[in-house]
Design a protein around this ligand. Structure first.
Ligand code: ADP
Ligand code: MG
Length: 248
């Protein structure tokens, strides 16, 4: 079943295109990596799918419907820098934001909302920090509560923008285990990611992007040295040279 359809999507900032003519059809129940060099338009693509940016051309359908009608079904973890971590709010308040789509405009969280927040905090092992002000969290804890907020939303699609940035190896593993649990429940997860060494382990499919779509498909077909080099256009660091990823 197709859960996300992107047709001919072009998004520009100040008339300069950041992504051009993107076409995608994403099936249910897979973990998909969005890869490309800095400035390739990965975050723009995610925001475009969410309808957060005006598009120049193109159309997005979520479960066959316009994005606006499907917002409950999409959970979004923004890139960490795009969140105001100095805002005076505590951990459980941030996670409760995941319940907002279910709470009426002047309503209050009910017992069920509170129970869900408690459960997801346990899942990400942050129960002991529920009253901690978010400015006092470590990088790993920040990503854990972002994930908790996304889980609290009980969505079907998860768009995660660099969820492993600034986290320790233990947290990365814990987060990825929870992502795999989502997949087992037939959820669809798109992850912007920059550590190419983990791609084959993590993703069923990859989207290689550099302004235009370079490749989209099963990891073993789309994540090849030729296509990686095409997407990164010589901008890979020595440590990440595409060929080296395929040595073993
Ligand atoms: P990525 O996430 O792949 O690093 P982005 O989607 O953030 O790339 O950015 C794609 C391009 O659009 C870059 O050239 C970036 O400088 C530009 N861009 C991103 N956001 C803005 C913005 N708010 N205003 C102007 N230009 C932007
Ligand atoms: Mg980005």
């Amino acid at each position: 079943m197709t859960v996300i359809t992107v047709k001919n999507l072009t998004i520009s900032y100040n008339k300069k295109p950041a992504i051009k003519g993107i076409n995608l059809e994403v099936d249910e129940g897979s973990i998909i990596g969005i890869l490309g060099p800095n400035g390739a338009g990965k975050s723009t693509l995610i925001k475009g799918i969410l309808g957060l940016l005006p598009s120049e051309t193109g159309e997005i359908k979520i479960y066959g419907k316009p994005v606006k009608e499907s917002l409950k079904r999409i959970a979004y973890i923004p890139q960490k820098e795009q969140f105001d971590w100095d805002f005076p709010i505590n951990v459980s308040e941030v996670v409760m934001m995941g319940r907002y789509p279910y709470i009426s405009l002047f309503g209050r969280p009910d017992e069920n909302d509170k129970l869900i927040v408690k459960e997801v905090l346990e899942k990400v092992e942050m129960s002991d920090n529920q009253f901690t002000q978010i400015r006092n969290l470590s990088g790993g804890q920040q990503q854990r509560i972002f994930l908790a907020r996304a889980l609290a939303q009980e969505s079907d699609i998860y768009l995660l923008d660099e969820p492993f940035v600034g986290v320790d190896a233990k947290t990365e593993k814990a987060i990825f285990e929870l992502i795999k649990e989502l997949k087992e429940k037939n959820k669809t997860i798109l992850i912007v990611h920059h550590d190419l060494s983990k791609v084959k382990e993590y993703f069923d499919k990859v989207i290689l992007i550099n302004q235009t779509l370079v490749a989209f498909g099963d990891t073993d077909k789309a994540f090849t040295p030729e296509l990686i080099n095409k997407a990164y256009g010589g901008r890979l660091t020595i440590l990440q040279k595409a060929e080296q990823l395929f040595k073993s």
